[in-house]
Design a protein around this ligand. Structure first.
Ligand code: FB9
Length: 506
């Protein structure tokens, strides 16, 4: 194994040799690929050459698209739909037999593959027996062909590309690279200077002919680096202070895994809602289920979904307790909000006294979404809620004005929207002075009786709530275009070290 110093010197020699002839290297990333040297090694050498003014570098960012391991499997073996089509042959198989053929996959995944294969005209389903068979004796594996095109760097239709991203066959990465030019002192590279006068030099007198590097009185001392707060943590502290100043109590949200009961069912989100699908939610394999839910609450929730009540018609479908027991990575901190609301109702049941409350939470939530410039599979949700008697939409709007003005946002505009657990629901907009345009700054609503009544909240008590993220304000505040330059393994250290303190209302 060659010592690191030798490798770095060799890389430096190669780079400077090229600079002395071509005067510029456009892309450190391409140069590293052409020379078979890890890009991070080249960057390390460039930083060292830049510090000595031997090279001058300019940072650039670009996006590359690659196949994931699943995408490479599809490229090698074909899409799951095409594999199932091959294995079915001329038989008619039940969904359970198809699951056996794809036994390494989860039941939900096989279901999704069958439905996708039907859409692609690979399969046909017998209406009475539900048996699955081939629709055509020949098929074109379109998903595999699209993966092939992506792997060759070819553009494909955006709709197809987004579908490959949703299936997690392709991933886009933001690459930070450097344009390299000769530095002011490139001519000094390679000259061996004596930098210290040693005892041996003084005794032997060799100091008289030594080649000392001239003393640079203007040299800055090496930067003393202390710790730096990540911009998200700065924004989080600002938002936390706003809630605390407004008299809100922080909820205990340190629970990333929750049951579907708390994350969806107790919030009146029907079990057939697409957001509960595998493509939108991360399901936990182990432990896969939670069974400890309050029995009477489960019955109340079952009833409200199936038959309605309290003036609601419900969704009139067969609600399955098994579905509510599946563990998920929570998709919103509202899973904790409903737990807090339920606890208040339990306290009321015990004491006959209801205590109004103001709660907030700021914590990570997870959604099985394709990542792109503005979305990751996880983000931070900030949520505020007030539980009190006779709250109205006017109280919600007034509370939102009090909250957002502390974020420097005024003249709020509201647009009706839909949330399964609130009615009415409103998207919130404000004119952003820096961006000079209206920006969506959150979502809000009044909790429905179908959520509050099964939880045991007494008549007359209502809940108003709203939510926003940390990432969006942080991206606007720190002028970040790509969210992957704000969070994740590709965030440059300098970005974290150099960003200013955060005054969220400035
Ligand atoms: O944060 C968002 N926008 C925002 C917020 C502050 C801000 O400050 C600037 C410095 C001045 C700027 C922008 N949004 C919510 C709106 C959009 O960015 C949206 O496209 C993305 N949303 C996220 C969810 O996306 C999957 C932001 C996130 C979000 C959305 C809704 C809620 C929470 C977070 C909620 C809720 C809710 C509703 C009713 C009851 C309880 C909770």
């Amino acid at each position: 194994m060659q010592p690191q110093v030798d490798v770095k010197n060799q890389v430096a020699d190669l780079i400077l040799g090229e600079l002395k002839h071509n005067a510029i290297i456009q892309s450190s990333y391409v140069w590293a690929l052409d020379h078979g040297i890890p890009h991070h090694t080249v960057i390390g050498v460039l930083k060292s050459l830049e510090a000595k003014c031997i090279a001058s570098i300019e940072q650039k960012t670009f996006i590359i698209t690659e196949l994931t391991q699943q995408g490479l499997d599809v490229l090698q073996n074909g899409s799951p739909e095409a594999l199932l089509w091959k294995q079915i042959g001329n038989r008619q198989l039940s969904p359970a037999e198809c699951s056996q053929l794809l036994s390494h996959m989860k039941e939900e995944t096989v279901k999704a593959i069958i439905s996708s294969g039907i859409k692609l005209n690979y399969f046909t389903v017998d209406k009475s027996s539900k048996a699955i068979s081939r629709k055509n004796q020949e098929i074109v594996d379109a998903i595999r062909e699209q993966c092939q095109q992506v792997s060759c760097g070819k553009q494909i239709d955006k709709k197809d590309f987004d579908y490959l991203k949703r299936r997690q066959y392709v991933v886009q990465k933001s690459i930070t690279e450097y344009l390299i030019k000769p530095g002011d002192k490139i001519s000094e590279y390679g000259i061996a200077y004596d930098t210290d006068i040693t005892e041996e030099m003084l005794r032997s007198g060799s100091w008289k002919t030594a080649n000392f590097k001239e003393y640079n009185f203007l040299a800055m001392g090496s930067k003393i680096l202390g710790g730096s707060l990540h911009p998200l943590l700065k924004i989080r502290e600002e938002i936390r202070m706003i809630f605390l100043t407004l008299g809100f109590e922080e909820m205990p949200t340190n629970q990333f895994v929750d049951s579907s009961f708390w994350n969806f069912d107790a919030l009146f989100q029907p079990q057939f809602h697409p957001a509960r699908d595998l493509h939108d939610t991360f399901f936990i394999e182990d432990p896969a289920e939670t069974h400890a839910h309050p029995a009477d609450y489960v019955l109340q929730v079952k009833d409200i979904h199936e038959k309605g009540g309290f003036g609601s018609l419900g969704y009139r479908y067969e609600w399955k307790e098994k579905e509510s027991q599946k563990n998920v990575l929570r998709t919103h901190t509202t899973a904790t909000s409903i737990r807090m609301i339920y606890a208040l109702a339990q306290e009321y049941k015990k004491t006959g006294k209801f205590t109004p409350k103001k709660y907030f939470s700021i914590d990570r939530v997870f959604r099985n979404e394709a990542t792109d410039q503005t979305h990751l599979a996880e983000f931070h949700q900030c949520e505020g809620l007030i539980v009190d008697y006779n709250l109205t939409l006017r109280d919600l709007i007034g509370t939102l004005k009090s909250y957002y003005e502390r974020q420097g946002l005024e003249n709020l505009q509201f647009k009706p929207t839909y949330n399964p657990y609130t009615e009415p629901s409103m998207e919130i907009y404000a004119f952003h002075p820096k961006l000079k345009k209206y920006v969506e700054i959150g979502n809000s609503g009044m909790f429905r009786p179908e959520v509050l009544k099964p939880a045991g909240i007494p008549d007359g008590v209502r809940v108003i709530a709203w939510g926003l993220s940390l990432e969006r304000p942080a991206m606007i505040k720190y002028e970040v275009q790509d969210i992957r330059s704000l969070i994740g393994p590709e965030v440059p250290y300098d970005f974290i070290r150099s960003n200013p303190i955060c005054r969220i209302n400035k």
